[in-house]
Design a protein. Sequence first.
Length: 199
Amino acid sequence: MLGVSAPAGIVVLVSGSGTLLQALLDASLDPAYGVRVLAVGADRDDIEGLRRAERAGVETFVCRVRDFADRGAWDVALAAEIASRAPDFVVTAGFMKILGPATLEGRTILNTHPALLPSFPGAHAVRDALAHGVKVTGTTAHLVDAGVDTGPILAQRAVQVLDDDTEESLHERIKVQERELLVELVGAMGRGEAGPAGR
């Protein structure tokens, strides 16, 4: 059909339950979304994220650090797995490994983080926000660079911290916003409406 372009292809990297991945898989069922998940990669076997991909008929691969001589060799192998699918960009959706230079080079990689960066980077963002007594936190979508949650910010959503919040209750509300933000931004990038240049 004239005027209808092929959807952008993405590779999604996961380490756990894959709830962010599921949001992308669900969104990609709509042809108007403009994005197709080409493959899902993981750094661990036997996780729900991989099962979600398999149920959706999406190809999967596993690249475990311990299967390689060092992190550098793992990074090169991961980069090759991604490159073999030729994605338009990559999404890390709860992927708990720092990406190395081979994977980062020449690719757009999008990540979400459960805090309003640059505040509270790292693995314990929700706990850290509560410990500091902030009244507002949220989620950030950013490009991945060689640092820990230091890449250029593309979009953010705020979440109010309630007086009786626990780490779990606050994180659950953040996750709702994180999924919506990721789906919105990935779709916009796939359709050419957003991206690194237009941040």
